[in-house]
Ligand binder design. Structure first.
Ligand code: HEC
Length: 200
């Protein structure tokens, strides 16, 4: 009887240990492309730029529901930029839809992702830089890593201290209170922050 109980307890702990260990190793290191995108994500903003780029910004629904405007973003926030080149006519002029907005053409070659976790370890980072609890990744449409320098992400995002290192915090807060996807046209090119993106 004693041995039976002992064996049962042993089995239980073995199960726990194996279960826990497999949970630890089952997480791939670093930012991974979320399998539940776009289904479990919400679009909160769209930024068009006069250099002919359209960026749709999505956040995972669970983080959005936990988000409190004025506070930092919740643990396990995942934000994705799903970008497109804007359509041009034969002369290279940007085409506009009936709302005066650019029209989406080919998608970007990559998705930019920022993921906030309280339990990142050094092995999760491809960069020696750190920005709060955020890690960054760039992905091909098939979810494999897109080859680019991730130090640039950390360098550029680290200045946004007051908005938890995000540029679109204000848009997220406004979307949270209005339910309207926040749109604006930025006349600066590439990744230069527009006035709409610096602060609350
Ligand atoms: C030189 C500055 C710069 C660099 C480099 C940069 N970003 Fe950003 N990022 C921005 C700006 C500005 C925005 C706001 C959206 C916009 O204006 O296009 C943004 C927005 C984002 C967002 C949406 C959440 C937020 O912060 O608003 C994610 C996710 C993101 N960037 C990921 C990345 C990743 C991943 C990299 C590196 C591969 C990267 N960024 C490199 C400037 C930069």
């Amino acid at each position: 009887m004693f041995y039976k109980t002992y064996a049962l307890i042993c089995c239980f702990f073995c199960f726990l240990i194996v279960g826990c260990a497999s949970e630890v190793v089952s997480r791939e290191p670093g930012v991974t492309f979320p399998a539940n995108y776009p289904d479990d994500f919400v679009q909160y903003a769209r930024v068009d730029r006069t250099d002919g780029k359209i960026r749709d910004l999505f956040i995972n629904r669970s983080a959005f529901e936990a988000f409190q405007p004025g506070s930092t973003l919740p643990n396990n926030t995942v934000i994705i930029i799903d970008g497109y080149y804007a359509s041009r006519d034969a002369e290279g002029n940007l085409l506009l839809d009936e709302q005066g907005r650019y029209i989406k053409d080919a998608p970007f070659e990559n998705f930019h992702i920022a993921h906030k976790r309280s339990d990142w370890t050094d092995a999760d980072f491809l960069s020696s830089l750190r920005v709060g609890q955020w890690n960054f990744g760039s992905f091909n449409p098939d979810g494999t890593a897109f080859d680019e320098d991730l130090n640039a992400c950390f360098n550029c995002h680290q200045v946004q201290v007051s908005t938890d290192f995000t540029y679109s915090y204000r848009q997220l807060a406004r979307f949270s209170s209005s339910g309207e996807i926040q749109y604006f046209l930025c006349n600066l090119s590439e990744r230069i922050a527009c006035p709409e993106e610096t602060g609350f």
